[in-house]
Each structure stands twice: as structure tokens, then as C-alpha cells.
Design a protein around this ligand. Structure first.
Ligand code: GLN
Length: 187
């Protein structure tokens, strides 16, 4: 199995390491031409969504990414990746890829709680899962057809819509690869 990892900015290497551990091959997407490679799934890593969005526009990568995801490419998006996927960003007019019918709120936990470890996380289909949040967004609202996979204190932090899985936290950082396994099982 070959998984593409968006590698224009952010925590893409950590995802690659988890995928290698699980026996998957990876290909880095750094420019539009890389999108012509063959791959079975896509990971959109955490980082800074405004920077990633700007680079994806400058590199002319948005239309092809949008098309592949709309056509059913299994996609796992984490943190900034969730913001890239969202159809709406609260209090902003920006839309990046825009294939996931949810509204996300960026930097949503205030300054003090911007980054935290949530030990009692639960992820549908995976079970108990400790979660690392880093200046994380949360999902403010979801449209029909979007399933909630995880919530923390009443706030949605994991969703699935068709072949897109998106989480507000960083499953690549805790040394627990079960969310990546869950993603690979969908392929
Ligand atoms: N705060 C970042 C953003 O708005 C997301 C943070 C992250 O990916 N860890 O893009």
C-alpha cells in the first residue's frame, strides 16, 4: 500500500514514520507533479493551515487534491489538515480544499489551553485513545452524513465523511498507531 503525505509544511515526517512502522510505503507531495504518482490514500498533516493553504495555491495543487478527495481517495487529515479539508472555517471567509461538510473553529481552546494532552480520549472504532492537542481547532458543526468519531468535553474532535477522516489532535505524536491502522483498514 502506498500513501501520499502532503509535505509542503508541518508534521509530515511523523506520519511517514508511523506508516512505515505499519508496513505502508509513502510518497511525499511537494509540488503539483507529485500528484500524478499512484497512491491509495492521502494524509494531510498538522502545521499551520494558513501557510499550507497559501503554498497549495501557489503550487497549483488545490484543484487536483480537491478532485481526488471528492472522487473517493481515502484521506486522513490531522489538525491543520482538518482546517484544510473543512467547507467552512468559523469567522473566516477562507476555504482551502473544502471537501468536508463541517465548520471548524481554529485555535479554539484559548491561549492557555492551546496545547494539552487529553488522557481520557475515546475514538469510535478504535477505543480509548490519549490525544495530543497543539493549538488545535475543533469541529463546531457538522452536516448530514458526517459521523462523529471523537469528542472531548462536548466538542467534536474527530469526524468521518465518506472516505475522509479528520481529527483535531495529533495521532502521529503519541506513539500509538491505532488511528493510522483504522485509516489503512478503510482503504
Ligand atoms: N493552529 C493551527 C492552524 O490554525 C493548527 C495547529 C496544528 O496543526 N497543530 O492551522
Amino acid at each position: 500500500m502506498r500513501i501520499a503525505v502532503l509535505a509542503v509544511q508541518g508534521a509530515f515526517e511523523e506520519h511517514e514514520k508511523v506508516l512505515w512502522k505499519l508496513g505502508a510505503k509513502t510518497v511525499q507531495l511537494r509540488k503539483a507533479e507529485d500528484l500524478k504518482e499512484k497512491f491509495d490514500g492521502l494524509i494531510l498533516p498538522g502545521g499551520e493551515s494558513t501557510v499550507q493553504g497559501k503554498l497549495l495555491r501557489e503550487l497549483s495543487m488545490l484543484p487536483a487534491l480537491r478532485e481526488k478527495i471528492t472522487n473517493g481517495l481515502p484521506t486522513l487529515a490531522t489538525c491543520a489538515g482538518l482546517i484544510l479539508l473543512a467547507k467552512h472555517i468559523a469567522d473566516e471567509n477562507t476555504v482551502h480544499i473544502g471537501t468536508l461538510p463541517v465548520t471548524v473553529k481554529r485555535n479554539a481552546y484559548g491561549r492557555q489551553l492551546g496545547s494539552f494532552h487529553y488522557a481520557n480520549g475515546y475514538f469510535q472504532g478504535v477505543g480509548a485513545f490519549p490525544m495530543e492537542f497543539i493549538r488545535a481547532p475543533y469541529v463546531e458543526s457538522i452536516s448530514d452524513g458526517v459521523e462523529t468519531l471523537a469528542a472531548v468535553e462536548g466538542r467534536i474532535v474527530g469526524v468521518q465523511y465518506k472516505s475522509q477522516i479528520a481529527v483535531a489532535f495529533h495521532p502521529e505524536l503519541g506513539g500509538d498507531s491505532r488511528i493510522h491502522e483504522y485509516f489503512l483498514r478503510q482503504i
